[in-house]
Design a protein around this ligand. Structure first.
Ligand SMILES: [Zn+2]
Length: 507
Protein backbone atom coordinates (compact mmCIF):
# COMPACT_ATOMS: atom_id res chain seq x y z
CA UNK A 1 0.00 0.00 0.00
CA UNK A 2 1.27 3.42 -0.84
CA UNK A 3 1.80 5.47 2.26
CA UNK A 4 1.75 9.23 1.98
CA UNK A 5 3.48 10.95 4.90
CA UNK A 6 1.01 12.76 7.16
CA UNK A 7 2.97 15.99 6.89
CA UNK A 8 2.55 15.98 3.13
CA UNK A 9 -1.20 15.56 3.43
CA UNK A 10 -1.29 18.38 5.96
CA UNK A 11 0.75 20.58 3.68
CA UNK A 12 -1.65 19.92 0.86
CA UNK A 13 -4.68 20.92 2.96
CA UNK A 14 -2.94 23.98 4.36
CA UNK A 15 -1.94 25.33 0.98
CA UNK A 16 -5.40 24.62 -0.41
CA UNK A 17 -6.81 26.62 2.48
CA UNK A 18 -4.43 29.53 1.93
CA UNK A 19 -5.33 29.51 -1.72
CA UNK A 20 -9.04 29.56 -0.93
CA UNK A 21 -8.56 32.44 1.51
CA UNK A 22 -6.77 34.41 -1.18
CA UNK A 23 -9.21 33.46 -3.90
CA UNK A 24 -12.06 35.04 -1.94
CA UNK A 25 -10.45 38.45 -2.30
CA UNK A 26 -11.30 40.19 -5.53
CA UNK A 27 -8.05 41.51 -6.95
CA UNK A 28 -9.86 44.02 -9.13
CA UNK A 29 -10.67 46.07 -6.00
CA UNK A 30 -9.23 49.61 -6.26
CA UNK A 31 -6.75 49.03 -3.39
CA UNK A 32 -4.88 46.57 -5.60
CA UNK A 33 -3.97 49.36 -8.00
CA UNK A 34 -2.87 52.14 -5.62
CA UNK A 35 -0.19 54.33 -7.14
CA UNK A 36 3.03 54.78 -5.18
CA UNK A 37 3.70 58.17 -6.77
CA UNK A 38 0.26 59.56 -5.82
CA UNK A 39 0.86 58.57 -2.22
CA UNK A 40 4.44 59.88 -2.21
CA UNK A 41 3.16 63.20 -3.56
CA UNK A 42 0.66 63.44 -0.73
CA UNK A 43 3.43 62.61 1.77
CA UNK A 44 5.63 65.42 0.45
CA UNK A 45 2.74 67.84 0.84
CA UNK A 46 1.43 66.86 4.30
CA UNK A 47 4.92 66.58 5.80
CA UNK A 48 6.25 69.66 3.97
CA UNK A 49 8.27 72.22 5.93
CA UNK A 50 5.65 74.78 4.92
CA UNK A 51 3.02 73.02 7.06
CA UNK A 52 5.40 73.58 9.97
CA UNK A 53 4.64 70.44 11.92
CA UNK A 54 0.82 70.82 11.67
CA UNK A 55 0.53 71.98 15.26
CA UNK A 56 -2.98 72.22 16.68
CA UNK A 57 -4.08 75.84 16.49
CA UNK A 58 -1.38 76.83 13.97
CA UNK A 59 -1.86 77.66 10.30
CA UNK A 60 -0.09 74.51 9.04
CA UNK A 61 -2.69 72.41 10.83
CA UNK A 62 -5.50 74.42 9.19
CA UNK A 63 -3.97 73.97 5.73
CA UNK A 64 -3.81 70.20 6.29
CA UNK A 65 -7.46 70.26 7.39
CA UNK A 66 -8.46 72.17 4.25
CA UNK A 67 -6.55 69.70 2.11
CA UNK A 68 -8.28 66.69 3.69
CA UNK A 69 -11.71 68.31 3.30
CA UNK A 70 -10.99 69.14 -0.34
CA UNK A 71 -10.03 65.51 -0.97
CA UNK A 72 -13.20 64.16 0.66
CA UNK A 73 -15.29 66.63 -1.33
CA UNK A 74 -13.56 65.51 -4.50
CA UNK A 75 -14.19 61.82 -3.74
CA UNK A 76 -17.91 62.58 -3.43
CA UNK A 77 -18.27 62.17 0.34
CA UNK A 78 -21.16 63.85 2.13
CA UNK A 79 -20.09 66.52 4.64
CA UNK A 80 -20.06 65.08 8.15
CA UNK A 81 -21.59 68.19 9.69
CA UNK A 82 -25.22 68.43 8.61
CA UNK A 83 -25.76 71.52 10.79
CA UNK A 84 -23.68 73.69 8.46
CA UNK A 85 -23.15 71.27 5.53
CA UNK A 86 -19.41 71.36 6.10
CA UNK A 87 -16.66 68.78 6.35
CA UNK A 88 -15.56 70.31 9.68
CA UNK A 89 -16.32 69.94 13.35
CA UNK A 90 -15.02 72.83 15.43
CA UNK A 91 -13.20 71.70 18.57
CA UNK A 92 -13.19 74.49 21.16
CA UNK A 93 -9.94 74.56 23.11
CA UNK A 94 -8.37 76.38 26.02
CA UNK A 95 -4.67 77.22 25.76
CA UNK A 96 -2.62 77.69 28.89
CA UNK A 97 0.86 79.19 28.59
CA UNK A 98 2.96 78.47 31.64
CA UNK A 99 4.24 81.39 33.71
CA UNK A 100 7.18 83.41 32.47
CA UNK A 101 8.73 83.60 35.89
CA UNK A 102 8.28 81.71 39.13
CA UNK A 103 10.17 81.49 42.38
CA UNK A 104 9.49 79.12 45.25
CA UNK A 105 11.19 78.83 48.64
CA UNK A 106 10.75 75.91 51.00
CA UNK A 107 12.61 76.01 54.29
CA UNK A 108 16.03 77.31 53.31
CA UNK A 109 15.92 76.07 49.72
CA UNK A 110 15.11 78.16 46.65
CA UNK A 111 13.73 76.90 43.36
CA UNK A 112 13.53 78.60 39.96
CA UNK A 113 12.22 77.80 36.49
CA UNK A 114 15.78 77.63 35.19
CA UNK A 115 16.61 74.86 37.66
CA UNK A 116 14.66 72.39 39.74
CA UNK A 117 11.19 73.94 39.42
CA UNK A 118 8.62 73.10 36.74
CA UNK A 119 5.39 75.07 36.70
CA UNK A 120 2.52 73.27 34.97
CA UNK A 121 0.09 76.05 35.83
CA UNK A 122 0.74 79.28 37.63
CA UNK A 123 -1.84 82.01 37.90
CA UNK A 124 -0.48 85.34 39.18
CA UNK A 125 0.51 84.65 42.81
CA UNK A 126 2.66 86.05 45.58
CA UNK A 127 2.38 84.55 49.04
CA UNK A 128 4.44 83.77 52.10
CA UNK A 129 2.95 80.66 53.67
CA UNK A 130 3.85 77.61 55.67
CA UNK A 131 4.58 74.38 53.86
CA UNK A 132 2.77 71.11 54.61
CA UNK A 133 3.54 67.59 53.38
CA UNK A 134 0.28 65.83 52.36
CA UNK A 135 1.45 62.38 51.29
CA UNK A 136 -0.07 61.86 47.79
CA UNK A 137 -2.49 64.77 48.04
CA UNK A 138 -5.21 62.46 46.78
CA UNK A 139 -8.93 62.36 47.55
CA UNK A 140 -11.22 59.55 46.41
CA UNK A 141 -14.71 59.51 47.94
CA UNK A 142 -15.37 56.03 46.53
CA UNK A 143 -12.64 54.42 48.60
CA UNK A 144 -12.81 56.96 51.45
CA UNK A 145 -9.22 57.92 50.76
CA UNK A 146 -8.52 61.53 51.79
CA UNK A 147 -4.97 62.73 52.33
CA UNK A 148 -6.34 66.08 53.55
CA UNK A 149 -8.70 64.57 56.15
CA UNK A 150 -6.59 65.28 59.26
CA UNK A 151 -4.49 68.05 57.85
CA UNK A 152 -4.92 71.80 57.99
CA UNK A 153 -3.72 73.17 54.67
CA UNK A 154 -5.82 76.34 54.63
CA UNK A 155 -3.67 79.14 53.19
CA UNK A 156 -0.61 76.86 52.99
CA UNK A 157 1.72 75.53 50.33
CA UNK A 158 1.23 71.78 49.92
CA UNK A 159 3.98 69.37 48.89
CA UNK A 160 3.08 65.79 47.88
CA UNK A 161 4.57 62.65 46.46
CA UNK A 162 4.00 62.28 42.70
CA UNK A 163 1.49 59.71 41.47
CA UNK A 164 -1.43 58.07 43.22
CA UNK A 165 -1.51 56.25 46.57
CA UNK A 166 0.63 53.15 46.11
CA UNK A 167 1.29 53.92 42.44
CA UNK A 168 4.20 56.23 41.58
CA UNK A 169 4.22 55.14 37.90
CA UNK A 170 3.99 57.31 34.83
CA UNK A 171 0.26 56.80 34.16
CA UNK A 172 -0.56 57.65 37.78
CA UNK A 173 1.60 60.78 37.64
CA UNK A 174 -0.23 61.97 34.54
CA UNK A 175 -3.62 61.27 36.08
CA UNK A 176 -2.50 63.28 39.11
CA UNK A 177 -1.60 66.22 36.87
CA UNK A 178 -5.21 66.34 35.68
CA UNK A 179 -6.79 66.23 39.13
CA UNK A 180 -4.53 66.98 42.09
CA UNK A 181 -4.39 70.77 41.88
CA UNK A 182 -8.18 70.95 42.15
CA UNK A 183 -8.11 68.66 45.19
CA UNK A 184 -5.51 70.82 46.91
CA UNK A 185 -7.41 73.99 46.04
CA UNK A 186 -10.62 72.49 47.42
CA UNK A 187 -8.81 71.75 50.67
CA UNK A 188 -7.77 75.41 50.87
CA UNK A 189 -4.13 75.24 49.74
CA UNK A 190 -2.55 78.24 47.96
CA UNK A 191 -0.11 76.20 45.87
CA UNK A 192 0.78 72.57 45.19
CA UNK A 193 4.15 71.07 44.30
CA UNK A 194 4.81 67.40 43.67
CA UNK A 195 8.14 65.77 44.39
CA UNK A 196 9.63 64.64 41.08
CA UNK A 197 10.45 60.93 41.24
CA UNK A 198 9.99 59.41 37.78
CA UNK A 199 12.89 57.37 36.39
CA UNK A 200 13.46 59.54 33.32
CA UNK A 201 15.59 62.65 33.09
CA UNK A 202 14.24 65.79 34.74
CA UNK A 203 15.02 67.89 31.66
CA UNK A 204 12.99 65.64 29.36
CA UNK A 205 10.05 65.77 31.75
CA UNK A 206 10.38 69.54 32.04
CA UNK A 207 10.48 69.99 28.26
CA UNK A 208 7.46 67.76 27.86
CA UNK A 209 5.25 69.51 30.41
CA UNK A 210 6.73 72.94 30.62
CA UNK A 211 5.36 74.24 27.32
CA UNK A 212 1.96 75.40 26.22
CA UNK A 213 -0.89 73.08 27.20
CA UNK A 214 -4.21 72.61 25.47
CA UNK A 215 -7.44 71.18 26.81
CA UNK A 216 -11.01 70.92 25.61
CA UNK A 217 -12.62 74.16 26.61
CA UNK A 218 -14.85 72.87 29.39
CA UNK A 219 -11.96 70.94 31.00
CA UNK A 220 -9.01 71.92 33.13
CA UNK A 221 -9.03 75.35 34.72
CA UNK A 222 -6.32 77.37 36.42
CA UNK A 223 -6.84 77.25 40.15
CA UNK A 224 -3.64 77.56 42.16
CA UNK A 225 0.03 77.56 41.20
CA UNK A 226 0.95 73.95 40.53
CA UNK A 227 4.08 72.15 39.48
CA UNK A 228 6.93 69.76 40.24
CA UNK A 229 10.11 70.24 42.21
CA UNK A 230 13.21 68.11 41.95
CA UNK A 231 14.11 67.91 45.65
CA UNK A 232 17.20 66.33 47.07
CA UNK A 233 16.53 63.23 49.16
CA UNK A 234 17.32 64.95 52.46
CA UNK A 235 15.05 67.88 51.65
CA UNK A 236 12.20 65.41 51.21
CA UNK A 237 13.08 63.68 54.48
CA UNK A 238 13.23 67.01 56.32
CA UNK A 239 9.79 67.95 55.04
CA UNK A 240 8.22 64.64 55.92
CA UNK A 241 9.59 64.64 59.46
CA UNK A 242 9.33 68.38 60.18
CA UNK A 243 7.84 69.25 63.54
CA UNK A 244 6.17 72.61 63.49
CA UNK A 245 5.93 74.82 60.44
CA UNK A 246 8.35 74.98 57.56
CA UNK A 247 8.26 78.48 56.12
CA UNK A 248 7.92 78.99 52.40
CA UNK A 249 6.83 81.32 49.64
CA UNK A 250 5.56 81.19 46.09
CA UNK A 251 5.59 83.88 43.42
CA UNK A 252 4.57 83.48 39.83
CA UNK A 253 3.80 85.84 36.97
CA UNK A 254 2.95 85.81 33.31
CA UNK A 255 0.68 82.80 32.86
CA UNK A 256 -1.72 83.32 29.97
CA UNK A 257 -4.98 81.53 29.19
CA UNK A 258 -6.89 82.00 25.99
CA UNK A 259 -9.56 80.33 23.90
CA UNK A 260 -8.88 78.95 20.47
CA UNK A 261 -10.49 76.61 17.98
CA UNK A 262 -9.19 73.72 15.96
CA UNK A 263 -11.09 71.44 13.57
CA UNK A 264 -11.78 67.76 12.97
CA UNK A 265 -12.44 66.93 9.33
CA UNK A 266 -14.91 64.29 8.18
CA UNK A 267 -17.09 62.88 5.44
CA UNK A 268 -19.64 60.11 5.09
CA UNK A 269 -20.15 57.51 2.36
CA UNK A 270 -23.26 55.30 2.04
CA UNK A 271 -22.69 51.57 2.10
CA UNK A 272 -23.74 49.34 -0.78
CA UNK A 273 -25.95 46.93 1.18
CA UNK A 274 -29.41 48.40 1.95
CA UNK A 275 -29.73 46.10 4.95
CA UNK A 276 -26.49 47.35 6.55
CA UNK A 277 -26.36 51.00 5.43
CA UNK A 278 -27.42 52.37 8.79
CA UNK A 279 -24.36 50.86 10.45
CA UNK A 280 -21.13 52.85 10.18
CA UNK A 281 -17.48 51.90 10.20
CA UNK A 282 -15.59 54.86 11.68
CA UNK A 283 -12.07 55.21 10.25
CA UNK A 284 -9.81 57.71 12.00
CA UNK A 285 -6.32 59.18 11.77
CA UNK A 286 -4.89 62.22 13.53
CA UNK A 287 -3.46 64.79 11.15
CA UNK A 288 -1.92 67.12 13.73
CA UNK A 289 1.68 66.95 14.91
CA UNK A 290 3.78 68.94 17.38
CA UNK A 291 5.00 72.03 15.48
CA UNK A 292 8.33 73.83 15.32
CA UNK A 293 11.33 74.43 17.58
CA UNK A 294 10.63 74.53 21.30
CA UNK A 295 7.04 73.44 20.71
CA UNK A 296 8.26 70.08 19.45
CA UNK A 297 9.60 68.98 22.80
CA UNK A 298 12.68 67.32 21.30
CA UNK A 299 16.12 68.27 20.01
CA UNK A 300 16.24 70.88 17.24
CA UNK A 301 18.84 73.14 15.65
CA UNK A 302 18.95 76.22 13.45
CA UNK A 303 19.52 73.94 10.47
CA UNK A 304 16.35 71.96 11.15
CA UNK A 305 13.73 72.96 13.67
CA UNK A 306 10.60 71.57 11.98
CA UNK A 307 8.94 68.46 13.35
CA UNK A 308 7.47 67.34 10.00
CA UNK A 309 5.59 64.32 11.31
CA UNK A 310 5.97 62.22 8.16
CA UNK A 311 5.49 58.99 10.12
CA UNK A 312 3.46 60.61 12.89
CA UNK A 313 0.96 60.83 11.38
CA UNK A 314 1.14 61.77 7.70
CA UNK A 315 1.35 58.02 7.01
CA UNK A 316 -1.92 57.44 8.87
CA UNK A 317 -3.63 60.43 7.24
CA UNK A 318 -2.57 59.26 3.78
CA UNK A 319 -3.82 55.72 4.45
CA UNK A 320 -7.13 57.18 5.66
CA UNK A 321 -7.50 59.20 2.45
CA UNK A 322 -6.41 56.25 0.32
CA UNK A 323 -9.13 54.09 1.87
CA UNK A 324 -11.64 56.92 1.43
CA UNK A 325 -10.76 57.15 -2.27
CA UNK A 326 -10.97 53.39 -2.81
CA UNK A 327 -14.31 53.16 -1.02
CA UNK A 328 -15.76 55.98 -3.11
CA UNK A 329 -14.88 53.93 -6.17
CA UNK A 330 -16.23 50.67 -4.76
CA UNK A 331 -18.20 51.09 -1.51
CA UNK A 332 -18.20 48.38 1.14
CA UNK A 333 -21.49 46.96 2.47
CA UNK A 334 -21.70 49.15 5.56
CA UNK A 335 -21.54 52.95 5.48
CA UNK A 336 -18.27 54.64 6.32
CA UNK A 337 -17.30 57.71 8.33
CA UNK A 338 -13.86 59.07 7.45
CA UNK A 339 -12.66 61.26 10.30
CA UNK A 340 -9.30 63.04 10.46
CA UNK A 341 -8.86 64.32 14.01
CA UNK A 342 -6.86 67.22 15.40
CA UNK A 343 -5.23 67.66 18.83
CA UNK A 344 -3.97 64.09 19.24
CA UNK A 345 -0.49 65.18 20.26
CA UNK A 346 -1.96 67.53 22.86
CA UNK A 347 -3.86 64.73 24.61
CA UNK A 348 -6.23 62.96 22.14
CA UNK A 349 -8.37 66.11 22.16
CA UNK A 350 -10.05 65.90 18.73
CA UNK A 351 -11.13 62.27 19.08
CA UNK A 352 -12.31 62.88 22.64
CA UNK A 353 -14.38 65.84 21.49
CA UNK A 354 -15.95 63.86 18.64
CA UNK A 355 -16.70 60.88 20.92
CA UNK A 356 -18.49 63.26 23.30
CA UNK A 357 -20.20 65.15 20.45
CA UNK A 358 -20.67 62.60 17.65
CA UNK A 359 -22.11 63.81 14.34
CA UNK A 360 -23.43 60.32 13.51
CA UNK A 361 -24.94 58.55 16.55
CA UNK A 362 -22.32 56.41 18.30
CA UNK A 363 -24.81 53.57 18.72
CA UNK A 364 -24.83 53.29 14.91
CA UNK A 365 -21.02 53.37 14.83
CA UNK A 366 -20.10 49.69 14.95
CA UNK A 367 -16.30 49.89 14.91
CA UNK A 368 -13.44 52.38 15.07
CA UNK A 369 -10.45 51.50 12.90
CA UNK A 370 -7.71 53.99 13.73
CA UNK A 371 -4.50 54.35 11.71
CA UNK A 372 -1.62 55.91 13.63
CA UNK A 373 1.99 55.23 14.33
CA UNK A 374 5.31 56.52 15.54
CA UNK A 375 7.31 54.75 12.84
CA UNK A 376 8.33 51.36 11.50
CA UNK A 377 11.30 49.04 11.71
CA UNK A 378 9.88 46.03 9.89
CA UNK A 379 8.60 46.50 6.34
CA UNK A 380 7.59 42.85 6.04
CA UNK A 381 4.75 43.49 8.47
CA UNK A 382 2.09 45.80 9.81
CA UNK A 383 1.24 45.98 13.51
CA UNK A 384 -2.03 45.85 15.38
CA UNK A 385 -2.52 47.53 18.75
CA UNK A 386 -5.47 45.92 20.53
CA UNK A 387 -5.42 42.51 18.91
CA UNK A 388 -7.53 39.66 20.25
CA UNK A 389 -10.08 42.03 21.77
CA UNK A 390 -12.73 42.77 19.15
CA UNK A 391 -12.74 39.76 16.83
CA UNK A 392 -11.37 41.49 13.73
CA UNK A 393 -7.83 40.04 13.75
CA UNK A 394 -8.82 37.57 11.06
CA UNK A 395 -9.78 40.34 8.61
CA UNK A 396 -6.50 42.15 9.26
CA UNK A 397 -4.45 38.98 8.79
CA UNK A 398 -6.25 38.20 5.58
CA UNK A 399 -5.65 41.71 4.25
CA UNK A 400 -1.96 41.60 5.17
CA UNK A 401 -1.54 38.17 3.57
CA UNK A 402 -3.14 39.45 0.35
CA UNK A 403 -0.17 41.82 0.06
CA UNK A 404 2.42 39.34 1.26
CA UNK A 405 2.86 40.80 4.76
CA UNK A 406 2.43 39.48 8.25
CA UNK A 407 0.82 41.03 11.32
CA UNK A 408 2.71 41.84 14.52
CA UNK A 409 0.20 41.64 17.33
CA UNK A 410 0.56 44.19 20.13
CA UNK A 411 4.25 45.10 20.00
CA UNK A 412 5.91 46.95 22.91
CA UNK A 413 3.19 46.19 25.47
CA UNK A 414 5.13 48.17 28.13
CA UNK A 415 4.35 51.36 26.17
CA UNK A 416 0.60 51.12 26.80
CA UNK A 417 -0.03 52.10 23.17
CA UNK A 418 -3.74 51.21 23.13
CA UNK A 419 -4.35 53.96 25.67
CA UNK A 420 -2.14 56.51 23.91
CA UNK A 421 -3.91 56.67 20.58
CA UNK A 422 -7.27 58.03 19.42
CA UNK A 423 -8.92 54.60 19.44
CA UNK A 424 -9.17 54.84 23.23
CA UNK A 425 -11.54 57.84 23.01
CA UNK A 426 -14.05 55.60 21.24
CA UNK A 427 -13.31 52.47 23.27
CA UNK A 428 -14.12 54.42 26.43
CA UNK A 429 -17.59 55.09 24.99
CA UNK A 430 -18.03 51.37 24.21
CA UNK A 431 -17.28 51.37 20.46
CA UNK A 432 -14.99 48.42 19.63
CA UNK A 433 -11.79 50.18 18.60
CA UNK A 434 -8.14 49.59 17.89
CA UNK A 435 -5.13 51.00 16.08
CA UNK A 436 -3.54 49.81 12.89
CA UNK A 437 0.11 50.87 12.72
CA UNK A 438 3.21 50.44 10.54
CA UNK A 439 5.28 47.32 11.23
CA UNK A 440 7.41 47.46 14.37
CA UNK A 441 8.25 45.02 17.11
CA UNK A 442 9.93 47.24 19.64
CA UNK A 443 10.76 50.90 20.43
CA UNK A 444 14.33 50.38 19.23
CA UNK A 445 16.88 52.88 17.89
CA UNK A 446 15.36 52.76 14.41
CA UNK A 447 12.03 53.99 15.85
CA UNK A 448 13.57 56.50 18.29
CA UNK A 449 15.71 58.01 15.51
CA UNK A 450 12.51 59.52 14.05
CA UNK A 451 9.85 59.37 16.75
CA UNK A 452 8.89 62.98 17.57
CA UNK A 453 12.15 64.17 16.03
CA UNK A 454 12.96 66.80 13.39
CA UNK A 455 14.35 63.90 11.33
CA UNK A 456 10.82 62.54 10.67
CA UNK A 457 10.93 63.92 7.11
CA UNK A 458 9.24 62.75 3.88
CA UNK A 459 12.66 62.03 2.32
CA UNK A 460 13.21 59.24 4.85
CA UNK A 461 10.00 57.37 4.06
CA UNK A 462 10.03 54.07 2.17
CA UNK A 463 7.32 54.96 -0.34
CA UNK A 464 6.86 51.38 -1.54
CA UNK A 465 6.08 50.42 2.06
CA UNK A 466 3.78 53.43 2.41
CA UNK A 467 1.81 52.10 -0.54
CA UNK A 468 1.59 48.60 0.91
CA UNK A 469 0.55 50.00 4.28
CA UNK A 470 -2.28 51.95 2.61
CA UNK A 471 -3.35 48.88 0.66
CA UNK A 472 -3.52 46.63 3.71
CA UNK A 473 -5.31 49.26 5.79
CA UNK A 474 -7.90 49.76 3.05
CA UNK A 475 -8.53 46.08 2.44
CA UNK A 476 -8.71 45.32 6.17
CA UNK A 477 -11.20 48.17 6.67
CA UNK A 478 -13.25 46.87 3.75
CA UNK A 479 -13.32 43.33 5.12
CA UNK A 480 -14.42 44.66 8.52
CA UNK A 481 -17.14 46.82 6.93
CA UNK A 482 -18.31 43.81 4.93
CA UNK A 483 -18.59 41.34 7.83
CA UNK A 484 -21.92 39.61 8.30
CA UNK A 485 -21.78 40.18 12.04
CA UNK A 486 -20.58 43.43 13.64
CA UNK A 487 -17.43 43.20 15.79
CA UNK A 488 -17.76 43.33 19.55
CA UNK A 489 -15.53 43.34 22.63
CA UNK A 490 -14.40 39.93 23.83
CA UNK A 491 -16.04 38.65 26.96
CA UNK A 492 -14.37 40.16 30.01
CA UNK A 493 -12.74 43.04 28.12
CA UNK A 494 -12.31 46.27 30.07
CA UNK A 495 -14.72 47.98 27.62
CA UNK A 496 -17.31 45.21 27.30
CA UNK A 497 -19.74 46.82 29.77
CA UNK A 498 -19.45 50.22 28.06
CA UNK A 499 -20.22 48.49 24.75
CA UNK A 500 -23.25 46.73 26.17
CA UNK A 501 -24.66 49.96 27.51
CA UNK A 502 -23.95 51.83 24.25
CA UNK A 503 -25.62 49.29 21.95
CA UNK A 504 -28.06 47.73 24.39
CA UNK A 505 -27.49 44.11 25.42
CA UNK A 506 -28.01 41.22 23.05
CA UNK A 507 -25.63 42.58 20.49
ZN1 LIG B 1 2.93 61.61 18.09
Amino acid sequence: MLRIPVTLILLFFLSAQTLRAQEEIDRSLPEFSFDRLDLAGEMHFLASDFLAGRRTGAVGNEIAAEYIAAQLRGFGYKPINSADSSFFQTVPLRRVQPPESAHVTIGGSEFDLSGDLLMVRGPEASADASVVFANYGWVDPETDHDDYANLDVEGKIVVTRAGLPGDPGQQAVFRGIQEKAEMAAAAGAVALFEIYSLPFPWNAFRNYLGGERLSISAGESATIPYGFIKFSDDAVKRLQTAEGDTEGSVASTGMRIDRMDSRNVGGVLRGSDPALQDEYLLMTAHFDHVGVGKQGGGYFSDADSIFNGARDNAIGTISLLAAARAFAEKPPRRSVIVLAVTGEEMGLLGSKYYADNPLIPLEQTVFNFNTDGGGYNDTTAISLIGSNRTGIDEQVEKAAAAFGKRVIMDPAPEQGLFDRSDNVSFAAMGVPALSFTPGFDDFDDEILKYYHQVTDNPETINMQYLKEYCQIFTLAARLIANRDVVPFWNEGDKYEAAGQSLYGTGK
